[in-house]
Design a protein around this ligand. Sequence first.
Ligand code: CO
Length: 293
Amino acid sequence: MAPYPVDLERWRRAARISAEAREVGAAAAVPGARRQDVAEAVERYIRSKGAEPAFPTNLSRNVEAAHFTPPPEDEALLVEGDVLKVDVGAHIDGAIADTAVTVEVGGGGRHTNLLRAARDAVEAAIAQVRAGVEVDELSQAIESAIHARGLKPVGNLSGHSIQPYLLHAGKSIPNVSGVSTDVLEEGEVIAIEPFATNGDGAIENGPYGHIQRFRRDPGPSDPVLQRLFERFRTLPFTARWVDPADRPALAKARKSLQTYPVFLESGGGLVSQAEHTVLVTADGVEVLTRSPT
Ligand code: CO
C-alpha cells in the first residue's frame, strides 16, 4: 500500500479547481477565439480560486497531440472544426491534478467518433481501477475502447502517477497493452490519459514549443534567472507568465532550461485526448477531476 496523500482535502480542492478550469477552457474554445485568450482564461480561473497552474495550459490542435501552449506573441485564432485538446492542471502547495478534454471547435459533429474514442477509453480504464489491479488491465481497456471505434491509441504517450510537486512521478499508465508489469496500490494518485488517432498511433517530436522548466538552480550569476527559479522551481512554465523585461534572460539560459518539443502525430492523424486524475482506493476509485456539474 502506498501512503495516501497527506492532506487529501487539499488534493481534492486542487482537482475540483482543475475540473472547473477545464470547463472554462472548453467553453471559451469557440471559432474566432484567440488561442492565447483561452489559455489565459484557464490560468486566471485557477489563480482566482487560490491555486496555481501546475503547468501552462496545453491547447494542442489537430495533429498536435500535446505540449503546445501559446507564446506571448501568438495571434492565432481557433477555427471551426479544430480538434482542440484542453489539458490543464492546478496545484495547491504541490498537490497536483491534471485533466483534459477534447472539443471540436464550433461543435459541428465532424469529429464525434474521435472525441468519443478518448472519452470511452478513459472511462473504461477508470472502471478497472482498484488497489491490487494490474496496470495492464487499464491499458487493455483503453486499447479495446479505442479499437472499437476503428481508431488507434497513441502508443508512446502514457498516463502517470503524481506525487507532491511531481507531475510525472514514475509509474506509467500505458495506452497500449503488454507494456506495464506494475500493480496499482491503495492511496496512489494517478492521471489516466488516453489519446486516440486516425493516424499511425504514435507521436514524434515536432519543433520546440513554449513550455520550459529549470533543470536545476541556475545559480546567482544572473539575478533575473535566480528570481524566476525561486518562483517556478522545477515546475513547467511559459514566457506568457514572465514579465516582458525578464524574457531575454531566458533566451540566454539554455543550459539550465529544458524546452519541451510539441508532440505531433507521426502519420499526420488527428488526435483526441481525455484525462482524469484519480485516487486508487481499497475497493475502487475516486475520480478527483470529475466534472462538478
Ligand atoms: Co497528464
